[in-house]
Design a protein around this ligand. Structure first.
Ligand code: ADP
Ligand code: MG
Length: 261
């Protein structure tokens, strides 16, 4: 579960303090698919960066599975991010000097995965790019680069996937494919998905829709049209371990037999 308590963000702008996010509380349960929309400059990226621990709030707390990440030092935060959070950016952020497969291998090697190579191959297959693993990002289309970025973000099977305008640089067909991949993760593995998007059609696919304006939450509603069951384990048993269970599952349920022999 993601919990924001009285989170706020201010930055100095000349001699004045500019408030980017006004204090607010937010709870996102495990397995939810939440979309965040709002005009440019409304604070969407700032909010996502704070949830990911990439940016520190000026006030308030951010709890990931009951742990306050605003109190963690860089080392602990990096470890938590590596284990629990995958992040997908609008501009892909692949390392240009590494091949597609090497980009996917990075988080696996950092985590010390013993099955890094086969896992990278499996992820390449999941995003339907098996035969492009040896290609460099510049040799791939935007849609293909974003699929590699999703594979990389999901390499360690994080329970939380955050995406900031992941389809913003893609045409509608590639955008739909990329979103479908992320929706599959949400639906099949109860991966919490927080999607920032300008696209009203994509936002409407979420089970819960949040809108920001001028750093304030102006809408937060369950989406009646979608009918996906949300995992409510953490409200019922705050210290149960649904995320362990989730992480025992991979991108491809059928392929996951690790620890089982
Ligand atoms: P969005 O993603 O919704 O377009 P952002 O979260 O990127 O909005 O930014 C919200 C507002 O905060 C914008 O007006 C932006 O210019 C401002 N902003 C973001 N980061 C900084 C910063 N480090 N210093 C000053 N202003 C910032
Ligand atoms: Mg933004």
């Amino acid at each position: 579960m993601i919990e924001l308590l009285k989170v706020t963000k201010q930055v100095a702008s000349g001699s004045e303090q500019l408030t980017i996010l006004h204090p607010f509380d937010l709870q996102i349960k495990s397995g939810e698919f939440v979309s965040i929309t709002g005009p440019s400059g409304s604070g969407k990226s700032t909010l996502l960066g704070i949830i990911a621990g990439l940016d520190a709030p000026s006030g308030g707390s951010v709890l990931i599975d009951d742990e306050d990440i605003t109190l963690m030092n860089e080392d602990r935060l990096a470890r938590l991010r590596g284990a629990k959070i995958g992040f997908v950016f609008q501009s892909f952020h692949l390392i240009p000097t590494l091949t597609a497969e090497e980009n996917i291998l990075i988080p696996l090697e950092i985590a010390g995965a013993s099955d890094a190579k086969p896992r990278a191959r499996e992820l390449l297959a999941e995003v339907e790019l098996t035969n492009r693993g040896h290609h460099y990002p510049s040799q791939l289309s935007g849609g293909e680069q974003q699929r590699i970025a999703i594979a990389r973000a999901f390499a360690n099977r994080p329970p939380i996937l955050l995406a900031d305008e992941p389809t913003g640089n893609l045409d509608s067909r590639n955008g739909a494919h990329v979103l479908e991949l992320m929706q599959n993760l949400n639906a099949r593995h109860a991966t919490t998905l927080v999607l920032v998007t300008h696209d009203a059609e994509l936002a409407a696919l979420a089970t819960r829709r949040i809108a920001l304006r001028d750093g304030c939450v102006v809408m937060d509603s369950q989406n009646e049209a979608t009918n996906v069951e949300v995992n409510t384990h953490d409200t019922v048993h705050p210290h149960a371990t649904p995320t362990t269970n989730e992480r025992a599952h991979g991108f491809d349920i059928e392929a996951q037999t690790e620890g089982a022999g």
